[in-house]
Design a protein around this ligand. Structure first.
Ligand code: MN
Length: 252
C-alpha cells in the first residue's frame, strides 16, 4: 500500500501552499518526491526548456527546486532524481481553477500530461482561489484512495477541480467553453510607453454548459474530467469519403 513512489510538482512554484497540501496528502500513499519550479510558472502549458541549461537545487530530503518549467520538473524528477518512472505523477494543487480551455494554457495540466508520457498514472489538481485548504484536503485524499480502481487508457489524465466551500461530492464531467473578454489590455507606463497586460482585471467566465467541468465546480462539486492528449476530431475522421471527395476528387 505504501510502497508507491509519487512525484509531485506544480506551476505556482515550490513554496505554494497548494504544493504543501498535495505533498501532505500524497505522503499517506507512498514516498513523495517534490520537484517544482523555483518561481511561479503558471500558464506555460507543456513548455520544455530546450535552449538553456537547467539547475536542480536540493532543499531537503526528496525536495528540489528547479529553474525550469513544470514539464522540465517532471522530466528531471523522473530521469535524474528517481531514475525510473514513479507510480504517480501529481500536479498542483493549483491556486485557481483549470476548467474548459484553461487546460491548454495550464502548466499544472501540462505537468500531468508529461507524467503519463513518462509512463505514470497522472492527475492535475486545481482549486478555487478562495477554497479552504482544510476542507479540500480530505477530498484529494479520497480521490487518491479510489482512482487506481478506474484505469484510464494510455495518454490520459484526470483533471480535478475543487470548489470553494465544502464540496457536495465528486462529479464526472466534460470540458466546458471559456468565454474570452478583452483579453489584452494596453496601458501606459510612467515614461509614456505602452505596455500590455494579458488577462485583464476580471477572471475568466465560462459557458457553464450542462455536464461540464465549470458547471460542476461552480456549483460546489469536485469536478473530475478525464482528459486525453489525442486531440484528433472523431466526427471529421468519420467523414473520410467527404474528405477524399473534397481534397482528392475532381478539380483537386
Ligand atoms: Mn498556477
Amino acid at each position: 500500500m505504501h510502497d508507491r513512489t509519487i512525484l509531485i510538482t506544480n506551476d505556482d512554484g515550490l513554496w505554494a501552499p497548494g504544493l504543501e497540501l498535495l505533498a501532505r496528502v500524497a505522503s499517506r500513499f507512498g514516498r513523495v518526491v517534490a520537484v517544482a519550479p523555483d518561481r511561479n510558472r503558471s500558464a506555460v502549458s507543456s513548455a520544455l526548456s530546450l535552449h538553456g541549461i537547467l539547475r536542480l537545487h536540493p532543499l531537503g530530503e526528496d525536495r528540489y527546486a528547479c529553474d525550469g518549467t513544470p514539464v522540465d520538473c517532471v522530466l528531471l524528477g523522473v530521469r535524474s532524481v528517481l531514475e525510473r518512472e514513479p507510480d504517480w505523477v501529481l500536479s498542483g494543487v493549483n491556486n485557481g481553477f483549470n476548467l474548459g480551455e484553461d487546460v491548454f494554457y495550464s502548466g499544472t495540466v501540462g505537468a500531468a500530461f508529461e507524467g503519463v508520457l513518462q509512463g505514470s498514472k497522472a492527475a492535475a489538481f486545481s482549486m478555487h482561489p478562495k477554497a479552504n485548504l482544510a476542507s479540500v484536503e480530505p477530498w484529494i485524499e479520497s480521490f487518491l484512495r479510489h482512482w487506481e480502481a478506474l484505469d484510464l487508457s494510455p495518454n490520459r489524465i484526470w483533471n480535478v477541480n475543487l470548489p470553494k466551500g465544502e464540496p457536495k461530492g465528486f462529479k464526472l464531467c466534460g470540458q466546458d467553453n471559456r468565454q474570452y473578454h478583452n483579453l489584452v489590455e494596453k496601458r501606459m507606463d510612467p515614461r509614456g510607453m505602452p505596455y500590455y497586460w494579458i488577462g485583464g482585471e476580471v477572471g475568466p467566465t465560462y459557458t457553464r454548459s450542462p455536464g461540464s467541468d465549470a458547471e460542476a465546480a461552480l456549483a460546489g462539486w469536485v469536478a473530475v474530467t478525464p482528459l486525453r492528449m489525442d486531440l484528433a476530431c472523431p466526427e471529421m475522421l468519420a467523414r473520410a469519403e467527404d474528405f477524399d471527395a473534397t481534397f482528392n476528387g475532381q478539380g483537386a
